[in-house]
Design a protein around this ligand. Sequence first.
Ligand code: NAD
Length: 444
Amino acid sequence: MKQICVVGVGYVGLVTAAVFADLGNRVIGLDINEEKIAGLNKGIMPIYEPGLEEIVSHNVKAGRLSFVTSYPQALNGTEFVFIGVGTPSGVDGEADLRYVAGAAQSIAENMTAPLIIINKSTVPVGTGDWVADIIRHHQAKPIQFSVVSCPEFLREGSAISDCLQPHRTILGSMDHEAAEKVAQLHLSLRAPIMITDLRTAEMIKYASNAFLATKISFINEIANVCEALGADVKEVAVGMGYDKRIGPQFLDAGLGYGGSCFPKDVKALAYMAAEKGRHPQLLRAVMEINDDRRPMAVNRLKEMLGNDETNTRLDGCTIGLLGLSFKPNTDDMRDAPSIDIARMLLADGAHVRAYDPVAMNIARPLLPEVEMFLDPYAMAEGCDALMVLTEWNEFKQLDLARLKVLMKQTIIFDGRNIYDPAQMAAAGFHYRGLGRGYNGANLL
Ligand code: NAD
């Protein structure tokens, strides 16, 4: 049993704290957000993540997990400190490291014994060295410490199982002994552990996310070509995915990547490359393809509603959005395609409604003009069109006959390709997905 402190109990930090407590360690979750900590101490989860409430409450009851706002209290007796604070996009796509700097300074000012500081936040290459400088600078007296990079690869929506069964643990440090100690902490997860240097570990995270984003933009480009040539991108992806060198994952054509990681991480990597005089051509193309998806979805909807290019307004139309979160099984609205799409529809004069199983409370302040409904059928009543923006499972089972009766016009734009075009046509809907090759292309 080790004593661990996790700084920042957001999507990454809270899951990390719960999982390490579950592995038998004593874990203190620390956050400067007092409301979040007060809620956690009452058993209220600050985020929606399947299985999180159960694992947190189990470990709190077992006395292995607690939450505080005080650094001295959290660091007392602690040997390992994980940093899991946010690293949002700053100016020009550069990562904003103010929270990492704040955490490093507070750790330095409050440490009273040697520490291994493990960075889980996604940070630009070289940040580990910079964190070490901050700590040295802010220590009241010199106390030994080491910095280890341990980038996090969990996915929101399956974060607990991703953390308990990771594909790999990457550790980077200039202090091999410290990295070995951190490796010991991860041994019971039974995943391959790779120990490398600090900068390489930081780069592995960016390269991994950029590669996954590239796969998404790749299949979206193929979807555009499929539409022009009359092929079905869903079948193309299945056929490609059988090839073990390609694999089936991340080949879902749709509205492009969103969320709190891919957009900011691809931007930050491109920024780092450009800063050093390199030309990140591929990364720029990946971002450009992704940026086109949201306006493209709105234009498709307009075509379906019969609005040609000279009549691009949607005045008087009521559009219902199925799903708001950037992906299913999370309430995370950070850079969700729904935000841009809803704003574009509103700007064109449409009335916009929405239903999401978990994200509406977070979405409300972001989209105050969008009318939120607690039920998809109530939302659909009187709508001219529905747009599927998040592939929640419950949307796959909607009662189409009921929807047809409720809607004013039976138009569905499926931004996630969750429905079968033939079934939708048979059910009497004017339906379009993305890259499904049936949109009237002039085929030879
Ligand atoms: P988040 O915004 O959900 O949580 C960050 C938390 O840090 C907040 O609760 C905030 O109050 C707290 N915080 C900020 N400054 C602090 C300080 N000085 N001391 C203590 N607490 C402080 O962020 P997140 O989504 O968990 O992401 C954290 C990092 O992990 C980011 O770098 C992100 O890129 C990376 N990451 C995220 C995911 C994901 O799916 N969300 C996956 C892998 C990696």
